[in-house]
Design a protein around this ligand. Structure first.
Ligand code: ADP
Ligand code: MG
Length: 211
C-alpha cells in the first residue's frame, strides 16, 4: 500500500486542523517555559500553508512538501518556523517527482526531515526540544520496516513513539532555545515543540490509518 499525493494533502489539512484546535494548549505550554507564542506561531503558519496549497495541489508530493516548508519559513517567526520549515523542505527534497510514497520512501523523507532539524537547531536527544519527539518516531519506523508492518501500522507506532518522546521531555532541563534560559526551572514542563511534533505525526497516523 502507498501514501498517495491526495493523502499527503489530507495530512497537511489535518495538521492545520489539529494545530488550530491545540493552539491554546501549545501556547500555554510555551508560556510556562518560553514566551507563550508557540501555538499562535504554528496556527499562523499552517493557516498560510492552507492558502498556498491550492496552487500546488495538482503537483507531485515533493513540490507540496517544499511549498509547506517555504511557507512556514516565511510566515512563522521564532525558533520553530525555520525548524519546521526545514523539516518540510527536506521531506520535499526526498519526495521530488513522486506521486506516491511507500513505507521506505516515507522513512527516507522523515529521516531527512529530522536530520535537517538537527542540523539547523543543533539539538541533541535529551535537550528538551522537538527532536525528542521526532527522533524516536524515525527509529520506530525503521523497526517497523524490518518487521514488515503495513504503512498504517508503522505510522501509528511512530506516532506513539513521538508521544512517549514528548512525555519524556517533562522532567528534563532544557538545553536549547528560550526554555534553556530558565535552567533548572524548565524541569517539570512538557516541551511545546515536542508536543506540536507529536500532534503532526499523530495527524499522519490518523489520516493514513488505512494505508
Ligand atoms: P520561540 O522559542 O522562538 O518562541 P516557538 O515558541 O515557536 O519559538 O518554539 C519553541 C520550540 O522550538 C521549543 O519548544 C523547542 O521544541 C523548539 N526549539 C527551540 N530551539 C530549538 C533547537 N535549537 N533545536 C530544535 N528545536 C528547538
Ligand atoms: Mg515561543
Amino acid at each position: 500500500m502507498s501514501i498517495y499525493r491526495d493523502d499527503t494533502l489530507e495530512w497537511i489539512t489535518a495538521c492545520a486542523d489539529v494545530l488550530d484546535e491545540n493552539s491554546h494548549y501549545l501556547t500555554k505550554l510555551d508560556a510556562a517555559i518560553g514566551d507563550g507564542d508557540h501555538g499562535i506561531n504554528m496556527d499562523r503558519g499552517f493557516n498560510a500553508v492552507m492558502l498556498k496549497i491550492p496552487e500546488v495541489a495538482d503537483k507531485d508530493i515533493g513540490t507540496i512538501f517544499k511549498t509547506v516548508g517555504m511557507t512556514l519559513i516565511s510566515t512563522v517567526g521564532g525558533a520553530a518556523g525555520p525548524l519546521y520549515g526545514t523539516f518540510f523542505l527536506q521531506a520535499g527534497m526526498k519526495s521530488t517527482g513522486k506521486m506516491e510514497l511507500n513505507l521506505e520512501d516515507w522513512l527516507l523523507a522523515l529521516e531527512s526531515a529530522v536530520a535537517g532539524v538537527v542540523m539547523r537547531g543543533k539539538a541533541e536527544l535529551g535537550d528538551k526540544t522537538m527532536v525528542d519527539a521526532l527522533s524516536p518516531a524515525v527509529d520506530s519506523l525503521k523497526h517497523s520496516m524490518d518487521d514488515h508492518l503495513s504503512i498504517g501500522q508503522a505510522i501509528q507506532l511512530s506516532a506513539e513513539a513521538a508521544k512517549q518522546g514528548m512525555v519524556d521531555t517533562i522532567p528534563w532541563v532544557a538545553r536549547k532555545g528560550r526554555a534553556s534560559y530558565l535552567g533548572e526551572r524548565s524541569a517539570g514542563h512538557q516541551d511545546p515543540g515536542a508536543t506540536s511534533s507529536y500532534l503532526i505525526l499523530q495527524a499522519a497516523a490518523d489520516t493514513w490509518a488505512d494505508s
